[in-house]
Design a binder for this molecule. Sequence first.
Ligand SMILES: Nc1ncnc2c1ncn2[C@@H]1O[C@H](COP(=O)(O)OP(=O)(O)OP(=O)(O)O)[C@@H](O)[C@H]1O
Ligand code: SF4
Ligand SMILES: [Mg+2]
Length: 385
Amino acid sequence: MTALPVSPAPAPSPAGEPLVDVRDLKVHFPIRRGVLIDRIAGYVYAVDGVSLQVRRGETYGLVGESGCGKTTFGRGLLRLVEPTGGSAMFDGTELRSLKGEQLRRMRRRMQMIFQDPLSSLDPRQSIDSILSEGLKAHDLYGSQETAGKKLRETLTAVGLPASALRKYPHEFSGGQRQRIGIARALILQPDLIVADEPVSALDVSVQAQVINLLDDLQVEFGLTYLVIAHDLAVVRHISDRVGVMYLGGLVEEASSDDLYADPLHPYTRALMSAVPVPDPEVEDARQQILLAGDLPSPANPPAGCRFHTRCPWKQETRCDTERPELRELTPGHRVACHWAEDVKAGKIRPHEVSVELVRPSGAGPGDGRVTETVAEVAGTLPPKS
Ligand SMILES: Nc1ncnc2c1ncn2[C@@H]1O[C@H](COP(=O)(O)OP(=O)(O)OP(=O)(O)O)[C@@H](O)[C@H]1O
Ligand code: SF4
Ligand SMILES: [Mg+2]
């Protein structure tokens, strides 16, 4: 494939070193109430103390249920939303301290790809105009001739013909539009691409093509990816390491192989147990863990371990009072569970869980407290016989 022309960039950190180093990142959205007098009635704790590193050249997959804060984490890292607390280092620079021109220049190195390529591409702009826009914004356009060459080379790199330049987004299929979204990021020669659900809007057959393209581009251009997805199969395929988020926090992190072979956090175990296994014998023999209730509101997260209202392994002590730290259990495998060793060793067993209702924020005295236990719900399903 064609190499993109290289523009001056700060000396990169060596492969394997952290390119992104996030510590205790928080993004809290204020909940505003009142017509005449604007008052803050509470906060949505969308991201609430996430620490992780993404190494140069790797793909880090971030998974979790809808609403757990994956997109907000990505946007907070790139400062597309303003973090409330914590630190986000990018190639040795604290992103939270950057302003104006410095931030704008750094943004070229950190690009984002979105889930829905159609809504992220302006339907009134030709592909030429969409790709040129970024070059102009970052003073990389140069002459029409050099820009034209860059545009054509970038399209070739994402598998599209140069004739695409004259067309408009609606003239392409979903997969081709995502290729254009990738080209728009790639043309700026970023170090990091945050891909937010990059294939979830695409047909399954097209998903594999786009994932393979991302793989190829990573090798060719030395890219680092943070891939956000709820589809565990996609994340497994593409990621070197995976982080699992639950209600604004990271609950487990490991190499992709380790995580899928030996999930240690009760939440990850439940997620994994819901993924069908192709081997019918293994599928029939394995135990499925059903999670009771819905994801609690991030405006009202449960005290202690945020997973305790749904955890089939929940214990009498610590679980509902102390928030567990993410700690290394085996080399490279971090888990935020007080009882992870005992869960791993099988010393404590999953049990039935009752759904707990939490008073919604703003409901008056007792906001956020568990008020009622409404039903007994099975915590685990026995192996199929
Ligand atoms: N601008 C905002 N203002 C207030 N709340 C927000 C805002 N953006 C996101 N949220 C809330 O923050 C929480 C996390 O949202 P986020 O979009 O990050 O989740 P997600 O894990 O990406 O979910 P999905 O898988 O559905 O994309 C949700 O409860 C969401 O409603
Ligand atoms: S700390 Fe307790 S509630 Fe949380 S995951 Fe571990 S066992 Fe479950
Ligand atoms: Mg999202």
